[in-house]
Design a protein around this ligand. Structure first.
Ligand code: CAO
Length: 455
């Protein structure tokens, strides 16, 4: 004969009218003994009501939000042949009274697990609230089935985890579906979630990128060494370079500008500059050309707003210029490049780079850049990929100009080609825009008249 049995809320001790936070089964579901049927969740405790035996759910008498107390009937279970454990009176009563339930996992296990999590979380990060413990485990008599915190596989593809684990995961905003379960029958255990929490804390500690630690190497093992402190500049610039490198998705666009005519013009005017006490280098022309290009493509002179949803377009053209000093890289700022003549820029470049090398820059001389240029042209090299000086979104790297045979008008001609490398923040600048920017810049530099027209 079919045996339908009432599954009741076990003795909850002092707890009454506890809301049901989850119903895990539907009518017709086959369940195994101890599968969680519903979860009760008060502000002090969370507990599962498990199936007392294997069987099929024939009726569900509660829904999420219902409030229940001890002995409230939550479902009718058609027990499998030899079942009966924990089932209250059979409606079509079974011939034998059911034996007392034997929980496969002592309830106290949950409390001790929760405690161990609390202890570890306290050292690693936010602490767990006391409500994580299951008071009924310690105080309530267990009848007819224990208010135990466990969920087991129901074969429907859901994540299986106890309420304590679910609650813990919720508090740390961990998606249980992304936790690798190691428990019995594919259950997610507290330890599994703890592992994820630990990893996230570790990740946050390393700037959110989950970088593996660099191994420590004892170089003295391999030969003589000398240990010297980093310069103050390197100690300051290092972390900010690393921050930019890690935060900004970098791409570098390369191009070459034909500066043959520009160089001719520069040579014609070098002496005049020298007489005024400074060197007229290609950099002053490049800076002026950059103003025109940034005006044409204002995104390059922008920054991402802190909310990540807006761009801040700067209507000023203050250019950082990377200066190589004996103590490391310094980036003084030439302000309002748009309003200055090429000679003025060259003069200011000479002054600020001298001040940088002497360590005499004031704070206001190194702040407020909207775009940066790093020129290694005076030193050598064919190309490099500069790091964006975040929160700026682009930086121009300039390498040494060399004469190359360029095919023009049906023949090869020697032209002075200047290698350019525009590194940019790909969140703000698309590749197509970057290519347009360098093309524009090359056009400006290739025709000195265009730069001179800028005033
Ligand atoms: N191609 C060919 N020659 C170039 C050139 C280029 N791209 N750039 C400069 N030159 C020439 C100059 O014209 C000058 O020669 P002349 O005296 O015959 O005209 C010579 O090289 C030296 O120039 P400079 O380097 O003294 O002057 P600059 O204006 O080009 O650069 C400054 C100034 C401060 C940027 C530079 O001195 C400097 O420090 N560069 C290093 C920047 C750096 O370290 N960047 C790396 C950052 S990432 O780690």
């Amino acid at each position: 004969m079919t045996q339908l049995a009432e599954v009741k809320v076990p003795d909850l001790g002092d707890f009454e009218d506890v809301p049901i936070s989850d119903v895990h089964v539907s009518v017709g579901d086959r369940v195994e003994a101890e599968d969680s049927l519903v979860t009760l969740e008060s502000d002090k405790a969370t507990m599962d009501v498990p199936a007392p035996s294997a069987g099929t759910i024939r009726e569900i008498k509660v829904k999420v939000g219902d409030r229940v107390s001890s002995d409230h009937v939550i479902a009718l279970l058609e027990a499998a042949a030899a079942a009966g454990a924990g089932i209250e009176t059979g409606i079509e009563s079974s011939p034998e009274p059911p034996p007392a339930p034997t929980p496969s996992e002592p309830v106290s296990t949950v409390s001790s697990q929760a405690a161990s999590v609390s202890e570890r979380a306290a050292t690693a990060g936010p602490t767990l609230p006391a409500s994580e413990a299951v008071p009924s485990a310690a105080t309530a008599p267990v009848s007819p089935a224990p208010a135990q915190a466990r969920t087991s596989a129901t074969g429907n593809g859901e994540v299986h985890a106890s309420p304590a684990v679910r609650r813990f995961a919720r508090q740390f905003e961990i998606d249980l579906e992304r936790v690798t379960p190691t428990g019995r029958r594919g259950r997610v255990t507290l330890e599994d979630v703890e592992l994820v929490v630990k990893r996230q804390i570790e990740q946050a500690r390393r700037g959110g990128l989950g970088l593996p630690e660099m191994p420590e190497v004892d170089f003295a093992e391999f030969g003589a060494i000398e240990r010297k402190p980093l310069s103050r500049i390197k100690r300051i610039s290092g972390p900010s370079l690393q921050r930019s490198w890690l935060h900004v998705p970098h791409v570098t666009q390369h191009d070459e500008a034909d500066i043959t005519d520009l160089e001719q013009f520069r040579q014609q005017n070098k002496q005049a500059a020298k007489e005024q006490g400074f060197n007229l280098t290609p950099l002053a022309f490049i800076m002026k050309a950059c103003v025109a290009t940034l005006k044409a493509y204002p995104e390059v002179n922008s920054s991402l707003d802190r909310d990540g949803q807006h761009l801040v377009y700067k209507q000023y053209f203050h250019f950082g210029v990377a200066v190589d000093t004996p103590d490391g890289l310094v980036v003084p700022v030439v302000r309002d490049v748009d309003g200055k003549s090429i000679m003025d820029i060259a003069r200011e470049l000479a002054e600020t780079s001298a001040a940088a090398r002497e360590g005499k820059l004031r704070l206001d001389q190194i702040r407020g850049a909207s775009f940066t240029i790093s020129s290694l042209g005076g030193i050598g090299g064919t190309a490099f990929t500069p790091i964006v000086n975040a929160p700026e979104v682009a930086i121009l790297g300039v390498s040494r100009a060399v004469h190359k045979p360029v095919y023009r008008d049906g023949e090869f001609a020697p032209r002075l080609m200047l290698p350019l490398a525009l590194s940019y923040d790909h969140r703000v600048i698309d590749g197509a825009l970057a290519a347009r920017v360098t093309t524009h810049l090359c056009a400006m530099l290739s025709d000195i008249r265009r730069i001179l027209m800028l005033g």
